[in-house]
Design a protein around this ligand. Structure first.
Ligand code: BYC
Length: 474
């Protein structure tokens, strides 16, 4: 399972033994690079960036760090080793051997899942394209670029599956992945959150905390798949994903820490005064949180979904940590709580467990998310500031699923349109919030220096010292 870096496309799947596949992917490679030049991080092509590259798929020692120009990054195809005798853990095929090829009857659904997953990867790079121009430090700029190249690699992961297992329509889908554009009215990305803007670094940190975490949960569900190549490739993607969520969690924590230090130093909790001191006030951080949390909850799909039931029963997509759950893993006669409206209020109702699998994954995600918000609150508490952040109600600001048409307050109350319109500006980032945050975003590129609105990190990348030159601008 060693990675072959001698091939034009680094891989651990013996690509050179399948010349037709190798040629097809080598034809896609320059198209990917064209896309990277056009839509990848703006103005960065000549920079030498201290990046990690995968050199093995073993959890210990899988990375190698060095300065590379991003267009020369060795994007490749890395699958975790095949587990001998692996069997299907859930659904109608439970107990049967996993599949190395795609069963004809499940082809369309499997392709759809792989395309949807693949589409998010270049989308996020497009969303983050301009952020380098306003980086708060070299350290942060390097982290942004690391996230970007790895999202590019995750695109490769899905494109390999499309080319290897789906013939001509797989190749067409792989091309379309380079043609859709985040936010483009005529050819947008597939899922809502991936068409939103990531206009500033607070939005970037929120995105990597909340939306990359959807990535974690969806990838975990796909590591359970009966289609073994999908399970193996997503398992390796998860190793890379962990760093992206770390960038988000530590990024938001550093913004909070700096704000609270300034609040303490100047003995103020007045948001306007806090803004005048050049840091992001806590209510604005809460509004950003509300926005990114709610658009990410939509990524889990409708609460009751026949697609989700089919994906599970046919073995394509499991639950989070499927093998730790104590039940029959078939779910035919079981139910699961979903929110419903009764008497003008939200109440807990029941749906068939199979149809409620999107909701189950969303609930697992919420638990994970809340614990990180608790860690942010510890930062606030340590500084002696009273304010506490909280995730809003599950139904707040939803556009997908049964709650989509409703106006729901962060505390779960159902509101009239009029009430919503008067209160929404307290709950979601306003134009004024966004332009204030934008006004803070100057570009800081001297090694070891940080913008005023963010605290330095506790440790450097790969144990590097504080003034390490992460980027050689050339
Ligand atoms: N926006 O029955 P439903 C990541 C559509 S993130 C727009 O609930 P299903 C990453 C849906 O397509 C992880 N449309 O659908 C993070 C369907 O359309 P049709 C990405 C939406 O299939 C950061 C209709 O509504 N991976 O890796 O059960 C940086 C009915 O909905 C949305 C995956 O998502 C939406 N939010 O569930 C980089 C895994 N939600 O058929 C990367 C693969 C639903 O009526 N995808 N719709 O036209 C899936 O498993 C499923 O497609 C979904 C949707 C869970 C997304």
């Amino acid at each position: 399972m060693n990675i072959n870096y001698g091939d034009r496309i680094p891989n651990n799947v013996n690509l050179s033994e399948d010349k037709t596949l190798q040629r097809a992917l080598e034809r896609w490679q320059p198209e990917f690079l064209n896309w990277w030049h056009e839509m990848g991080p703006e103005g960065s092509q000549g920079y030498e960036v201290y990046l990690r590259t995968a050199v093995s798929v073993h959890p210990s020692g899988w990375t190698h760090y060095e300065h590379v120009k991003m267009p020369d990054y060795r994007w490749g195809i890395f699958l975790n080793p095949q587990q001998p005798d692996r069997t299907i853990g859930f659904g109608d095929h439970k107990g049967e051997a996993v599949w190395q090829d795609v069963p004809g009857e499940y082809r369309a659904n499997l392709r759809r899942i792989i395309v949807t997953q693949g589409d998010t990867e270049p989308a996020s790079v497009e969303q983050q394209r301009h952020l380098g121009l306003t980086c708060p430090s070299q350290y942060d700029l390097r982290n942004l670029f690391q996230v970007n190249v790895e999202e590019g690699r995750h695109l490769w992961a899905m494109v390999y599956l499309l080319h290897r297992h789906f013939g001509r329509d797989g190749r067409e889908e792989a091309e379309a992945l380079l043609q859709r554009r985040s936010g483009d009215a005529n050819n947008s990305r597939i899922l809502g959150a991936f068409n939103e803007k990531t206009p500033d670094w607070l939005a970037f940190f929120m995105f990597t905390y909340f939306t990359d975490r959807d990535g974690k949960f969806q990838l975990c569900a796909l590591t359970e798949s009966a289609f073994d190549p999908l399970a193996r490739t997503t398992r390796f993607m998860l190793m890379e994903e962990a760093h992206h969520m770390y960038v988000g969690e530590s990024g938001v924590a550093r913004v909070i820490r700096r704000t609270c230090d300034v609040m303490r130093e100047h003995k103020t909790d007045d948001p306007q005064r806090v803004r005048e001191l050049g840091v992001v006030d806590l209510p604005t951080i809460q509004r950003y949180l509300n926005f990114h949390y709610s658009v990410t909850l939509d990524l889990f799909g409708a609460d009751v979904s026949s697609n989700a039931a089919t994906f599970y029963s046919t073995g394509l997509k499991g639950r989070y940590e499927e093998n730790r759950i104590q039940d029959d893993h078939i779910l035919k006669d079981q139910s699961y709580p979903v929110l419903q409206i009764a008497g003008g209020e939200l109440v807990s109702g029941e749906a068939p467990a199979l149809n409620a699998l999107n909701e189950k994954l969303r609930d697992d995600y919420i638990k994970d998310t809340v614990s990180g918000v608790g860690r942010w609150n510890k930062v606030i508490q340590k500084c002696g500031v009273e304010f506490r952040l909280a995730v809003p109600h599950k139904g707040f600001n939803r556009r997908i699923g049964a709650l989509a048409g409703l106006k729901i307050a962060p505390d779960g109350r159902i509101l009239s349109e009029a009430e919503w319109h008067t209160k929404a500006r307290e709950w979601l980032p306003t134009d004024d919030d966004r332009s204030f945050v934008r006004s803070l975003m100057g570009r800081v590129t001297d090694p070891g220096k940080f913008a005023n609105w963010i605290a330095p990190p506790e440790k450097g990348v790969n144990k590097k010292e504080g003034d390490f030159e992460y980027i050689r601008f050339g």
